[in-house]
Design a protein around this ligand. Sequence first.
Ligand SMILES: Cc1cc2nc3c(=O)[nH]c(=O)nc-3n(C[C@H](O)[C@H](O)[C@H](O)COP(=O)(O)OP(=O)(O)OC[C@H]3O[C@@H](n4cnc5c(N)ncnc54)[C@H](O)[C@@H]3O)c2cc1C
Length: 311
Amino acid sequence: MGRSSGIVKGMHILDIFARDKVTISFEFFPPKTDTGWDALFSRISQFESLDPSFVSVTYGAGGSTRKNTHDLVLRLLQQTGLDAMPHLTCIGHSDQEIQELLLKYAQAGVSNILALRGDLPSDLAETRTSDFNHAADLVRAIAKFNDSGACSDPRGFGIGVAGFPEGHPDTPNCLEQMDHLKAKVDAGADYICTQLFFNNDLFFDFRERCEIAGINVPIIAGIMPITSTKVMNRMADLAGGMQFPPALLRTIDRCNEDQDLVSKAGIHWATEQCRDLVDRGARGIHFYTLNKSDATQCIHNTLGLSRVESS
Ligand SMILES: Cc1cc2nc3c(=O)[nH]c(=O)nc-3n(C[C@H](O)[C@H](O)[C@H](O)COP(=O)(O)OP(=O)(O)OC[C@H]3O[C@@H](n4cnc5c(N)ncnc54)[C@H](O)[C@@H]3O)c2cc1C
């Protein structure tokens, strides 16, 4: 990205956007087993070599991965050159639990939080009560925490929120959906990271709709390369409402279940998507890595992303 080597740990997201013309970020999930931790850390130097703007770590809704998210973020910050931010979901949490967690992150030098509602699994949904209904409530709680001055940065935590270029399944009314997104930004969000998508026109339409709605924070594009038909099925499950374009479906179909070919075709599609996103002025690309470095590394190298000039 043409910036000086070495990532400053715990940089506020507004400073990251000021530094990088196009942010490149990676998403990890906290491994559940020792083998998973070893596997992730055996690849960390490959991720580090790509010099991302930041990385983020997912959080199980209702706190199912709470400790692991916290531990992974701290280990990345302390033992690697990666600037890590935790995801935090509010559904199923009390305000006190959230405030305690924020304090722990502030004390550990974490600078940014991706604030989400989350989706409680049905078995937890019946037993868990929540002080929060929507992500905007969490953004407000973080903004309140920021006012307490507990973070070393006087601005408090930088705050990211989720956006859905193809709509969110809970809100079929597309105008209402923009109102709810705007509520998160008005409550204090500094940027939006989108759900994964395969048709860039939908991303740019979404960006324009945000502009018309008066949402002016940076919007970064969530990209996930298809690396197998299993991954593809998982994406369809996780990203409700997201569509695979016919041209992509035809390509995957022609691979005839040969997983090596599927991976090549999926990486090629994602590479073309990223090239077009950068060419057309996307503010950032966020790779959903599934803790694997090969696909991300391949796209990154093919596009020369590390040489996108800083502003
Ligand atoms: C970049 C990204 C990262 C993610 N990371 C995680 C993660 O780490 N862990 C995890 O469990 N999940 C994660 N998710 C999934 C996310 O939690 C779900 O998609 C969830 O359903 C929506 O979360 P949200 O933050 O957008 O919620 P919200 O902004 O609260 O929106 C959820 C729904 O409620 C509607 N809504 C909002 N406000 C109101 C209101 N006042 N009245 C009525 N309806 C309203 C919205 O329109 C939308 O349909 C991630 C998603 C993205 C895009």
